[in-house]
Design a protein around this ligand. Structure first.
Ligand code: BGC
Length: 451
């Protein structure tokens, strides 16, 4: 794919040779399991909700069809966003007991393992065919600072989606097409509360802390792509930084949003939050969530455009927030042959077209068979392609979901949004603290994003 606006400049760029890579994949697919290597595969992931579990099962089934003799063990560690699973993975990796392969977000999130020398280079999986199929913005974050590949993307989720219950909006005469600014959105929420007729007192469904930080990230993008870019480049690092005032504005808008959320947000999983929109008696009308939410509507038997629908988060209609899940190959694993086979299936058109229609995401490959995708994803694919070629539309990588900024920065940033959400911190205190974090972790910001 031709690069457009999403240029990522790595601190170190190494030249890799593609010669022999195609041959490498042929070997991966055809070779028998070497003598002495048990024919098994252990896969760690955090996909436990209805839609998520259906999607990973479909992908594993693709593998089993090709390798029926292999014993595949899925190790599912519940906890949306993978925060619980990554604690476990870190323990295993640092103890020298790496799992065969594990899910993680692409980019910064796996860099700690790269830095510790614990990941295997998987240039053999990145064939010329795969490179041609994956958009540059995703291919770039699959490489380490040494220019070699260390991850295989399985999807592209969109982060800046506002989900809504279409019947509730219709009943209250709210036209979703008008909700392109925050004031218009507040007015719609006020109307729902004032009408009181559809049982909705807290119009916006919110879940636990990371989903709050996820929502904040979209608000920040809505303030302006330049601000978001400065943020992920670590440039908003003090109250005197150029875009500090915009960061403060985002904190203020977000504070306003919290006036409309459910009081039990802190203890709700992301899918429990989405469930507030679904069913015969919904208790919320809107939710800001990545498009893994689509899998839940799908499991409920709802049709996009009928019972539920989507708009861009106000102010982000010309943007595509990127959340990319991928798989890794650690060094010194028990079943390296099967991991190579697994990664090749993950990378394949068929594997991605089995997984993504159920997951809510779009394929990380531009040659997806669109007839396999439902109405939400068909429109997401159209949007992705349009945004990719438009000079006035933008893609932005998620920080909460591990690609946009260093992991240490993200870990400390999420609780700051938790405090803003609960009212324990003011917008000013939050903006100051977020800027201070960028200064604390300045040396960890190793990429220069140009969105
Ligand atoms: C992942 C998705 C997952 C969601 C909820 C995100 O961070 O990228 O694949 O469905 O978390 O667990």
């Amino acid at each position: 794919m031709e690069p457009k606006k999403q240029t990522i400049i790595f601190v170190l760029i190494a030249v890799i040779s593609t010669a022999g890579i195609v041959a490498g994949v042929t070997y991966v697919i055809m070779a028998p399991t070497p003598e002495g290597e048990v024919d098994a595969l252990e896969i760690y992931h955090w996909w436990t909700s209805g839609g998520e579990a259906a999607a990973i099962t479909a992908l594993v089934d693709e593998f089993i069809t090709l390798y029926p003799d292999t014993t595949v063990q899925q190790v599912q560690i519940a906890g949306g966003g993978g925060f619980e699973m990554r604690v476990k993975i870190k323990t295993l990796m640092l103890a020298g007991q790496p799992p065969d392969t594990f899910q993680i977000h692409n980019g910064y999130e796996w860099k700690i393992f790269y830095d510790a020398g614990l990941l295997d280079n998987i240039d053999n999986i990145w064939t010329t065919e795969l490179k041609a199929a994956v958009p540059d913005v995703v291919e770039d974050i699959s490489k380490g600072p040494d220019g070699h590949y260390y991850s295989v993307p399985v999807n592209i989720h969109r982060s800046n989606v506002m989900w809504y219950n279409a019947k509730v909006l219709q009943y209250n005469a709210i036209d979703p097409a008008t909700l392109t600014t925050w004031p218009a959105f507040w007015a719609a929420c006020d109307k729902l509360i004032a009408n009181g007729t559809s049982g909705i007192t807290n119009p916006v469904a919110m879940g636990e802390q990371w989903t709050a930080a996820h929502a904040f990230e979209q608000v920040l993008a809505s303030v302006g792509i330049d601000t978001y870019e400065a943020w992920i480049n670590g440039d908003i690092d003090s109250v005197s930084a150029t875009h500090y005032a915009d960061l403060l504005t985002a904190c203020e808008i977000y504070e306003n949003l919290t006036d409309y959320i459910n009081s039990d947000w802190a203890v709700l999983s992301w899918d429990s939050a989405i469930a507030k929109l679904i069913g015969a008696s919904p208790t919320a009308a809107f939710s800001i969530m990545g498009d893994w939410a689509n899998g839940e509507f799908f499991q409920a038997g709802w049709t996009h455009g009928v019972e539920y629908d989507t708009i861009g988060v106000p102010g982000t209609g010309n943007m595509y927030g990127l959340v990319v899940d991928c798989f890794e190959k650690p060094k010194n694993i028990p079943h390296p042959t099967n991991v190579n086979r697994w990664l090749a299936v993950v990378a394949s058109k068929d594997g991605q077209d089995a997984f993504n229609p159920l997951k809510g995401s779009i394929s990380a490959r531009t040659d997806a068979n669109v007839t396999k995708y439902g109405p939400y994803q068909t429109s997401a694919i159209t949007d992705f392609n349009a945004i990719d070629i438009s000079p006035t539309s933008y893609m932005f990588p998620s920080v909460v979901h591990g690609s946009g900024a260093p992991e240490a920065f993200n870990s400390d940033f999420i609780p700051l949004i938790g405090a803003l959400t609960s009212g324990a911190a003011t917008a000013t205190a939050t903006a100051t603290a977020i800027a201070a974090l960028a200064s604390t972790y300045a040396s960890d910001f190793i990429k220069v994003w140009s969105l």
